[in-house]
Ligand binder design. Structure first.
Ligand SMILES: Cc1ncc(COP(=O)(O)O)c(C=O)c1O
Length: 383
């Protein structure tokens, strides 16, 4: 069926995301799927049991608008313990339908016509369309290849009187780069005495390796006071399909966030929230970094003799691999050919840029069980 009238698209340049495209291609060609960022193993059995108990004991109607309070309390305890900053679970934390809804709601509540929002490329694909949807203009700053660090002088240069927000994704998807303490020092100096808001996408906060400490924007009051931070239970507890996350912000920012939240979703899945709150009475459940570090190391060992060269991944569940020793094809073409002809799906990194940028690197997700990683590595080793 076709709508007979004319609808001018609010997002004319947006099509299907590369993740959907590559996963569909992987399925069509029965390929090992190391493209989309989701684990192929189940959440903790205790978590599944706690959620099913919540359903059986009558937690089947709307949750409170801000989220199930005991869950917000567990989150506040965790933030205070890890980052040393106190947030009030009553009015500074909101449970969302994944980090995606939190990002969308944060932008809807703050971005208005004419605002500029600084994004670092390669950038997670949701940011720019959301900025544009609410009338803003993305302003792009490239991370410095090959370790993808931020050139703070360049950022300083791009700030104008229209800059409303800077989006900071740390640990970083797709590169696995993480911020250092000095980075937060620079950021603090740049935003001091301005009205610039920070949107911290820290969905991989617990997935950080090599003894590094996650430099959360919530760990410094000078940054936390102007930050909306978003998180994903799906990423931390391997249940991306449940679509559950949360946002944290100072009270006056959270008040505006909730004005939008109450009308775009009102509240999110109650049994999952009740089950998570129960599961997280054991605070050690947040510690998943070691398990993912083992997966990264396992994958890197398996591919160590291949002609693909791994770039450093200090966090997230992705590693970039330089394939320039194998072919000089553009990354998009090569990623598709690798899926169709060799049966291995990855994500070409050029899709995360606003302007053509091809460093001949592909992104591989190692949040997979050993058998999947072995099958993927076997293919890489033959190339
Ligand atoms: C950087 C980043 N932010 C946000 C999200 C979305 O998280 P959720 O699945 O909780 O909506 C993802 C998922 O891939 C991500 O990688």
């Amino acid at each position: 069926m076709q709508y007979p009238g004319h609808l001018s698209s609010k997002l004319p340049r947006v099509g299907t995301t590369i993740f959907t495209e590559m996963s569909a291609l992987a399925q069509q060609h029965n390929a090992v799927n190391l493209s989309q960022g989701f684990p192929d193993f189940d959440p903790h059995p205790k978590l599944i049991e706690a959620v099913s108990n919540a359903m059986k004991s009558g937690h089947n109607q709307y949750a409170p608008m801000g989220g199930w309070l005991p869950l917000r309390e567990r989150i506040a305890e965790q933030i205070e313990q890890r980052y040393g900053t106190a947030f009030n679970p009553e009015d500074e934390i909101t449970i969302t339908a994944g980090a995606t809804q939190a990002l969308c709601t944060a932008m809807a509540a703050t971005i208005t016509e004419g605002d500029e929002v600084i994004l670092f490329t390669p950038a997670y694909d949701a940011y720019a369309p959301l900025v544009e949807l609410f009338g803003g203009t993305p302003v792009y700053v490239k991370l410095q290849f090959p370790d993808y660090h931020i050139d703070w002088d360049q950022l300083q240069h791009m700030i104008s009187h229209k800059t409303k927000m800077i989006v900071i994704n740390n640990p970083h998807n797709p590169t696995g780069a993480v911020l250092k303490e000095e980075d937060l020092d620079r950021l603090e100096r740049i935003v001091k005495n301005s009205n610039i808001l920070l949107l911290a996408d820290e969905v991989y906060e617990h997935i950080i390796f090599d003894g590094l400490k996650h430099q959360s924007l919530l760990s410094r009051s000078a940054l936390a006071e102007r930050t909306i931070a978003v998180y994903s239970f799906g990423k931390t507890f391997h249940m991306t399909g449940w679509k559950l996350g949360y946002a944290v912000a100072p009270q006056n920012l959270m008040k505006e966030f909730r004005k939008v939240h109450q009308f775009n979703v009102f509240s999110v899945n109650r049994p999952a929230q009740v089950g998570l709150a129960e599961f997280l009475t054991d605070g050690s459940q947040w510690e998943v970094g070691q398990m993912y570090a083992q997966k990264r190391d396992e994958f890197l060992k398996l591919v160590s003799s291949s002609r693909f060269k791994a770039l450093a991944s200090h966090g997230s569940y992705f590693v970039l691999m330089d394939y320039s020793a194998v072919t000089d094809e553009p990354d998009m073409e090569y990623a598709k050919r690798l899926t169709i002809e060799k049966g291995l799906a990855s994500i070409p990194v050029s899709v995360f840029y606003n302007v053509p940028t091809d460093h001949k690197v592909l992104r591989f997700c190692f949040a997979k069980n050993s058998e999947t990683l072995e099958r993927g590595a076997e293919i890489l080793n033959t190339l």
